[in-house]
Design a protein around this ligand. Structure first.
Ligand code: SAJ
Length: 444
């Protein structure tokens, strides 16, 4: 990680992990953020209640069955004694409540805060004097004070900083990452006041083995998460736009990025692809755009980056149509195999996946689409790679699952595939070209 240039970063409050007394901790929302946090809190000696509104999910979790835990977390969870419930009455009188519910955007890219509002009201009904409430869900600046706090105070009849405490600690879970985990990721924390801040910093210091940075306000803590994810979105858009430009000039953009990355400072490599998926990166910039608009400012740059990234699935299908055209083939009526449905390598998560947009566009243009994703078999049309490729003229790689990264030209030629669109630039381009396949990457 690049050392920050002096003066650019406030001194980080170094928190040795403070073992505090065992607390009753209620985790509200048992998804990819809440469940690992619940496991870690119990490991640290806290008495954990896991709450989720979905009784099907809680029934599975009561049987200690969870698909999105790391091997280590799943091992610990199997032995866990935490209570899991969808009955909010069980949450009564916890010492700490951590709200980890989704914050999606709707089809108009407007933030949907209903899960946060409902969770805040439910916690408010259970809240007692002296308790600490933490919101980990990703929200734009101002939401804690406009949507969460009023519902907590109204439902409890208590006053923040006087009767109970409130802080925001934006989640930073990186699905599939076994190095940066809930235990090891540094955190930022903003409090409703100094007492809330102090209690929240102590709580996280009892959990994580990483720096915890106290922010000066709730809004600053909310803004940090928005900024770090918008930073990623615009950087991906930057290289996607370069890919579309250099792709016309026969320059391999991935080599250029790798070359630029030899500069040991002031450059951070991102790589072009068939689109930006997930529930963070393509979503959070819309929070900032909306927040700017509420303050009378139009984020032209954030909007432009979103337009570039949203265009990549179409660009990918255009590449396929152009490659088929060079072989006197069209998309309509052509059998095309789409490899990968998930938004990210080796994770079973299709939220916002560009592969779904590619699948839709291929069908719209009349292609006969068969799909295969080893992490989403139940959503795939084929059960095996071979079945997916059988009889196809073309293949599109939309997710660089490890299984696809090792595919050779022969794996395609054997099934009659003559065109390969590498939407994640994860194949050996030269080998495919030398084998006589029509290969197109994104910017290479
Ligand atoms: N992507 C690119 N080019 C890149 C990087 C990603 O096209 O150079 C695409 C991916 O294929 C994917 C999407 O962008 O479709 C998002 O990828 P991601 O690696 O950012 O994965 P996420 O959505 O799991 O992002 C998480 C985020 N973590 C949190 O919000 C807490 C993000 O802040 C992290 O930067 C990211 O993990 C990470 O670094 O892996």
């Amino acid at each position: 990680m690049n050392e920050p240039t002096s003066g650019s970063v406030l001194p980080i409050e170094r928190q040795a992990r403070n073992p505090i007394a065992s607390l009753r901790v209620a985790i509200v929302g048992l998804g990819y953020v809440g469940l690992p946090l619940a496991v870690l809190a119990e490991e640290r000696g806290h008495r954990v209640i896991g709450f989720d509104i979905d009784p099907i999910k809680t029934a599975l979790l009561e049987r200690r069955s969870a698909s999105f835990l790391s091997e280590e977390e799943a091992r610990v969870f199997k032995k866990s004694r935490m209570s899991i419930t969808s009955d909010e009455g069980v949450m009564d009188a916890a010492d700490v409540y951590v709200i980890c519910v989704p914050t999606p955007v709707d089809e108009r890219h407007e933030p949907d805060l209903r899960p946060v509002e409902a969770a805040a009201s439910a916690v408010g009904r259970a809240l007692r004097r002296g308790s600490l409430v933490i919101l980990e869900s990703t929200v734009n600046p101002g939401v804690c004070e406009s949507a969460a706090l009023p519902r907590l105070e109204k439902a409890s009849g208590l006053k923040v900083e006087r009767d109970f405490f409130f802080a925001h600690c934006p989640e930073r879970v990186n699905p599939g990452d076994t190095y940066w985990t809930t235990r090891t990721i540094p955190r930022v924390v903003g409090g409703a006041g100094p007492m809330s801040l102090a209690r929240a910093v102590d709580f996280y210091a009892s959990l994580v083995e990483a720096d915890i940075r106290p922010m000066k306000s709730l809004k600053e803590a909310e803004a940090v998460k928005m900024v770090e994810n918008a930073f990623r979105d615009v950087n991906i858009a930057f290289v996607n736009e370069l890919a579309m430009s250099f792709g016309r000039a026969g320059i391999d953009i991935t080599h250029v990025i790798e070359g630029a990355a030899t500069k040991p400072f002031s450059f951070m490599a991102h790589f072009p692809g068939c689109g930006v998926g997930g529930h963070c990166i393509p979503v959070d910039p819309y929070y900032l755009i909306r927040y700017g608009r509420e303050n009378g400012f139009e984020h032209q740059f954030l909007k432009a980056a979103r337009q570039v990234n949203n265009r990549m699935p179409i660009y990918t299908v255009d590449l396929l149509e152009e490659a088929l055209g060079a072989q006197e083939l069209g998309l309509s009526g052509t059998a095309v195999t789409l490899l990968g449905l998930a938004y990210k390598r080796d994770v079973p998560d299709m939220r916002g996946s560009p592969a779904l947009a590619i699948r839709e566009e291929l069908a719209r243009r009349g292609a006969s689409v068969r799909t295969f994703d080893p992490f989403a078999i139940e959503t795939s049309t084929a059960r095996t790679l071979e079945e997916a490729l059988q009889g196809s003229s073309a293949a599109v790689i939309a997710t660089d699952h490890s299984m696809f990264r090792t595919l050779s030209p022969e794996d395609f030629i054997g099934y009659g595939v003559s065109v390969v669109i590498d939407g994640r630039n994860c194949l050996e381009k030269e080998a495919f070209v030398d084998a006589g396949l029509s290969y197109r990457g994104i910017g290479r």
